[in-house]
Design a protein around this ligand. Structure first.
Ligand code: DGL
Length: 259
C-alpha cells in the first residue's frame, strides 16, 4: 500500500500548484492528478454539481489505486470534503483559504480574500472566517472570470491584468496588508499580483502547508513510501493538454486524456 500513488484532483490545472509542493517535499511518492477542466469552473456551479464532480474524481482516483486523496481545490473542499470523508475509507486532505495565518500576521488588521463564489458562499468558509478574523476588516472578493482565463491559456493577458486591478482596488482602499489566495488556480497569478500590489502586501496561499499536512497524514496512517525508488507521475485531463502543459512548462505528451 505504501508504494501506491497519492491521488490529487482539481477543476483544472490549479491543483498543480499543490502537486508541485507535494513532489518537492516527498520526491519518492508517486502521484495521479486529475484536471476536471471540462467542468471548470466549479466556483460558479451549485453545491450539488461540485459534490457530484468530487465524487466522480474521487472514484476515478480510487479506481486507479490512490492511497490518499488530496482535494487540491478550495471550492471542492469547502463544499464536499465532509461528505467524501464519511463515504470513503481512505484519508482526504483538503485546502481552505489561509485566513488564520493572514489574520495573525496582519499589522493593519485588514486582509483581502480572493476566492471563488462557491468557496465564499460555503458554510465551512463562513465558520473559519468567523473564528479567525472576528476583529479584522475582511474584504472578500469573488475572482469571477479568473479561472476561465487561466484554463483558456490567457494567464498573461491584458484582460487578466484589468480584472485583477478591478478586484484589488477595494482591498487596497481598505489598507490590506495580506492577500489570501483562496483558489489553487490563483497561485499562478503570484508574479502578476506582486507587480500590481504595493510592497507591504503579503500574498498568502496554502500550497506548502497542504504538502506538509499530506506528509503528516501519510506518516500517521503508515502510508508514506519508505523506498527511495523513482516516483511515477500520471496526469489526466478532460480539457486542454496544451494549457496544462504550458502552465508548468512541460511537454504535453506527459498529459493523458481522460473521458
Ligand atoms: N482551483 C479551484 C479552487 O481552488 C477551483 C476553481 C474553479 O473551478 O472555480 O477553488
Amino acid at each position: 500500500m505504501r508504494s501506491k500513488p497519492i491521488g490529487i484532483f482539481d477543476s483544472g490545472a490549479g491543483g498543480l500548484s499543490i502537486w508541485k509542493e507535494i513532489n518537492a517535499l516527498m520526491p519518492y511518492e508517486s502521484t495521479l492528478y486529475i484536471s476536471d477542466a471540462k467542468y471548470a469552473p466549479y466556483g460558479s456551479k451549485g453545491a450539488d454539481v461540485i459534490l457530484k464532480r468530487s465524487i466522480v474524481n474521487t472514484e476515478t482516483l480510487i479506481g486507479k489505486g490512490a492511497k490518499i486523496i488530496v482535494v487540491a481545490c478550495n471550492t471542492a473542499t469547502t463544499n464536499a470534503i465532509s461528505y467524501l470523508r464519511k463515504r470513503y475509507k481512505i484519508p482526504f486532505i483538503g485546502i481552505e483559504p489561509a485566513i488564520k495565518p493572514a489574520a495573525l500576521s496582519s499589522a493593519t488588521d485588514s486582509i483581502g480574500i480572493l476566492a471563488t463564489k462557491g468557496t465564499l458562499s460555503s458554510a465551512l468558509f463562513h465558520e473559519t472566517s468567523k473564528r479567525y478574523s472576528r476583529d479584522k476588516t475582511v474584504i472578500e472578493q469573488e475572482g469571477k472570470g479568473i479561472v476561465e482565463l487561466i484554463e483558456s491559456g490567457q494567464l498573461h493577458s491584458n484582460e487578466m491584468k484589468k480584472l485583477l486591478e478591478k478586484y484589488l482596488t477595494p482591498m487596497l482602499n481598505n489598507n490590506i496588508d495580506c492577500l489570501v489566495l483562496g483558489c489553487t488556480h490563483y497561485h499562478f497569478l503570484t508574479p502578476i499580483l506582486k507587480q500590481l500590489l504595493p510592497k507591504n502586501v503579503n500574498v498568502i496561499d496554502s500550497c506548502k502547508a497542504i504538502a506538509r499536512q499530506t506528509k503528516i497524514v501519510l506518516e500517521k496512517s503508515k502510508l508514506l513510501n519508505e523506498n527511495e525508488t523513482k516516483a511515477e507521475h500520471v496526469f489526466y485531463t478532460n480539457g486542454s493538454r496544451e494549457v496544462m502543459a504550458n502552465l508548468m512548462d512541460w511537454d504535453q505528451s506527459i498529459i493523458h486524456k481522460l473521458y
